[in-house]
Design a protein around this ligand. Structure first.
Ligand SMILES: [Zn+2]
Ligand SMILES: [Zn+2]
Length: 376
């Protein structure tokens, strides 16, 4: 069967906003979800087709690649058909339908565990972890690599994550009698949910592993290198897939989120990809014009010409001296605000010269206010 266009699958037009795509997918997924249509192959196919389309169109990068090159553009980008797309869809699914609360509670076992497929066996995914990483202003501007070290749960090497002491077996779960489900009443309804004791497996370990106590997981410190793209902004979250806690009993690991904190700079301030800094000049330099050497973010110095008659607060632009864009390789600009500084102390020679200047210029002792429009 020929593959249908992703936009056609979700019945949205090519310019559809992210929210519209999400809404369209949600509608199809709710109607065709395998838990709701047991044994209905056509519904399952529709669900899979919509999920695949959604996974591509909800991801900006992959959507772009699809728009440009069609199916060929998104093959091999991970998460595609056959590449575990169905699995990750279920993960996504829960996020997407979280606000459905009660309705989906029972589909997903109600215990908060993330289930895979429609079968009885539930696989729990490990927790996502968060790491706050503080970096310097300059590192954020040009990108950097950082080694981060954090504790995470990994599969126990003694029991290989199974939780049972090597050599010992499994026994029927006493809570659910092996059914993997317990029923609880809520008003008129009786809702089946995954058994909390065995997490839906129906069996529990006979003798818990002596190293991990039966959880199948051990806390270990892990070091990884994180690449921080140039131009990263304060508060940005970088997702590092599968570097979170391992899942219990061999479940898939969670993700690691590195949250970037950018330290402020002594001289530079950022606005998007441009940076601002304030450069002091003397009255004489502003009046006569001057050539200055000003420091840039790179650490080099560039020559800047201040024209004669430069006013206080005048803004000068230095092209391509701002923050780097990681994706395009281009750079923002650097803006210099001129601050005309008035000496707080004068030598007697300077005093004499200034008085002479005042006489030549003629001091205005009844100034007319400056029209505000001139300041803009
Ligand atoms: Zn049980
Ligand atoms: Zn163990």
């Amino acid at each position: 069967m020929a593959k249908r266009d992703y936009y056609e699958v979700l019945s949205v037009d090519r310019g559809a906003a992210k929210d519209d795509i999400k809404r369209a997918y949600r509608k199809i997924a709710v109607a065709n979800h395998p838990d709701r249509n047991p044994g209905d192959k056509a519904a399952e196919e529709r669900f899979k087709e919509a999920t695949e389309a959604y996974e591509v169109l909800a991801d900006e990068k992959r959507r772009q690649a699809y728009d440009q090159f069609g199916f060929a553009g998104v093959e091999g980008m991970g998460g595609g058909p056959g590449a575990g797309g169905f699995t990750s869809a279920f993960r996504d699914f829960e996020d997407l339908f979280g606000d459905f609360g009660g309705i989906f509670d029972s589909f997903f076992g109600g215990s908060g565990g993330r289930r895979r497929g429609g079968g009885r066996e539930s696989v729990q995914r490990g927790s996502d972890l968060r790491y706050d990483l503080e970096i310097a202003f300059k590192e954020a501007a040009f990108g950097t690599k950082e080694e981060v070290s954090y504790p995470k749960e990994i599969s126990c090497d003694r029991c290989k994550g199974a939780g049972s002491e090597p050599g010992s077996g499994k026994k029927t779960c006493p809570t659910c009698g092996g059914a993997g489900q317990v029923r609880r009443s809520s008003g008129f309804f009786s809702i089946a949910s995954a058994c909390p004791t065995c997490r839906g497996e129906g069996t529990i370990v006979e003798k818990p592993c002596s190293k991990c106590g039966g959880s199948g997981l051990l806390k270990k410190n892990q070091k990884i290198n994180v690449t921080i793209p140039a131009g990263v902004e304060d508060g940005r979250r970088i997702r590092i897939p599968e570097q979170g806690d391992g899942g219990p009993r061999g479940g898939p690991p969670g993700d690691l989120y590195v949250v970037i904190r950018v330290r402020s700079h002594e001289f530079f301030e950022r606005d998007g990809f441009d940076i601002y800094c304030v450069i002091p000049v003397s009255y004489a330099q502003a009046a006569l014009g001057a050539e200055l050497l000003v420091p840039t973010l790179d650490g080099k110095q560039v020559k800047v010409k201040i024209p004669a008659g430069t006013q206080n607060n005048k803004i000068l632009r230095l092209r391509n001296e701002g923050i780097s864009h990681a994706s395009s390789g281009r750079r923002g600009d650097m803006y210099l605000r001129i601050l005309v500084t008035i000496p707080r102390k004068l030598s007697s020679r300077a005093k004499t010269l200034l008085k002479e200047l005042a006489e030549v210029e003629g001091e205005n002792t009844s100034p007319k206010p400056v029209p505000l429009a001139d300041l803009r």
